[in-house]
Write a protein that binds this ligand. Structure first.
Ligand SMILES: C[S@@+](CC[C@H](N)C(=O)[O-])C[C@H]1O[C@@H](n2cnc3c(N)ncnc32)[C@H](O)[C@@H]1O
Length: 428
């Protein structure tokens, strides 16, 4: 794509140009925002970086609504880059409350900058002007639906009403949750947060994480309330040998290290493992950090293993609304297979009578309940320890025959939680 330089006459173009590039990267190049964000926003001043990121993220969250607003005015879909400019324009006018004439000018200018899209400037102008006349319709539309490729299997697993409830939760985004190293009440008081029933601290409103009280002192780390459950379920004891098998960026390693257990943190990604070491150092915790492939790892045997397996991350869409647009499900079966091999490897590294906590931040049954049923069929003597899942704050209704499942629509009145599946295997 050939880009011209910005027009000095139109205000606020720079963050919008980057937001458009981010949307293109997700929807056209099929990249996750986390993969492209730093590079694409590097050209902007600090405040504009945050603005571009927010704009792209929230537009992706409300993509389905943007498309519903645009639908009546598009008899055929324009080029994807132009469609993304229209979506951003709609989001800004309808959800962000930006003045329509500035928004229309901005996106007409941006489309003009692109040689292959410039001839769509008339369409962008006309369509955005029409949408500007019906901004009130936005609030009457249903919560943004996930794309069909993901919605369909979820409906098969949970039914339409539950999927609709998940979509309502995903539209609301996610609050900031913290895990305290030691004193939960002190962390809640210092950060003006509230203590959740499961022991995480929830902080409302927009905050800069590194400026929150206790960050530099390492009193806490950022971790969704549901993501904090697997290590609580593992309940490591002082002196136990524990393997955190897919550890990076290290939230669960930190929880286990804070119990006084002897933790080995293993992950295949050297870059992501640097984050584990940084996080441990900031919080004054220690673990043996190993970079390597879990499938070939030979250490142990261990009293307990936490396997937070690589997965579709569909339980984190409220934090990562780009995911349904960067993925199409084609790589999912290879993940399911990897999870199966990892469970088998983990079981081989356990001491007799040891426990394996298996979890995924996924909404798909294939990565949770189905993995458990398959593992029980593969391994004689393997059992699921449902009692170990009954920890403080966990609603017994979240626990099924295979394990504990959280969903984004749980705790709706408190701000929700990520979708997770967690189980405990015991090998005799
Ligand atoms: C869900 S994330 C783990 C999150 C981490 N437990 C936490 O709480 O911060 C999955 C991790 O699996 C790692 N991974 C993927 N394939 C692996 C393999 N073959 N061996 C070890 N780690 C692997 C990825 O690098 C990624 O960091």
């Amino acid at each position: 794509m050939t880009m011209k330089t910005s027009s000095p006459k139109v205000a606020g173009l720079d963050p919008r140009r980057v937001a458009l590039a981010l949307l293109d990267a997700v929807t056209i190049e099929k990249r996750l925002l986390s993969e492209v964000l730093t590079k694409k926003t590097a050209v902007l001043a600090f405040d504009d970086r945050a603005r571009a990121q927010r704009l792209a993220t929230e537009c992706l969250r409300f993509m389905d609504r943007c498309d519903r607003m645009l639908g009546p005015y598009l008899s055929t879909l324009p080029a994807p880059h132009v469609m993304n400019a229209l979506r951003l324009g709609v989001y800004e006018m309808c959800a962000a409350g930006e003045a329509s004439h500035g928004v229309v000018n901005a996106y007409v200018s941006l489309v003009k900058e692109n040689a292959t899209a410039a001839h769509f400037k008339g369409l962008v102008n006309a369509v955005l002007r029409k949408v500007s006349g019906e901004v009130a319709k936005w609030e009457t539309l249903p919560a943004p639906m996930m794309p069909k490729w993901l919605r369909k299997p979820l409906i098969a697993d949970f039914g339409k009403a539950t999927v609709a409830a998940m979509e309502v939760a995903q539209a609301k985004g996610a609050p900031l949750d913290l895990s305290a190293k030691a004193n939960v009440a002190a962390v809640a008081s210092a950060t003006h947060g509230t203590v959740l029933p499961t022991g995480s601290v929830r902080v409302e409103g927009a905050v800069q994480v590194t400026k929150l009280a206790g960050f530099d002192a390492g009193d806490w780390w950022v971790q969704d309330a549901a993501a904090a459950l697997p290590a609580r379920v593992l309940a490591a004891q002082v002196g136990e040998h524990v393997l955190d098998m897919c550890a990076a960026p290290g939230g669960k390693t930190m929880q286990i290290a804070a119990t006084g257990a002897d933790v080995t943190a293993l992950d295949i990604s050297e870059i992501r493992m640097r984050r584990v070491s940084e996080n441990l150092a900031r919080c004054g915790l220690s673990a043996q950090v190993v970079v390597g492939d879990a499938l070939e790892y030979e250490g142990g045997p261990f009293d307990a293993i936490l396997l937070d397996a690589p997965c579709t991350a569909t339980g984190t869409i409220r934090r990562h609304p780009d995911l349904p647009y960067a993925k199409d499900g084609s790589d999912f079966p290879s993940l399911f297979e990897l999870q199966e091999h990892m469970i088998d490897r983990a079981l081989a590294l356990l001491k007799p009578g040891g426990r394996l906590v298996y979890c995924t931040c996924s909404l798909l049954i294939d990565e949770g309940e189905e993995q458990v049923r398959d593992a029980l069929a593969r391994h004689a003597g393997l059992t699921v320890d449902l009692e170990a899942l009954q920890i403080e704050g966990v609603d017994p209704e979240w626990i099924g025959p295979e394990g504990l499942r959280t969903r984004p629509d749980f705790w709706a009145d408190r701000g929700g939680m990520d979708g997770f599946f967690i189980t405990v295997f015991r090998h005799t």
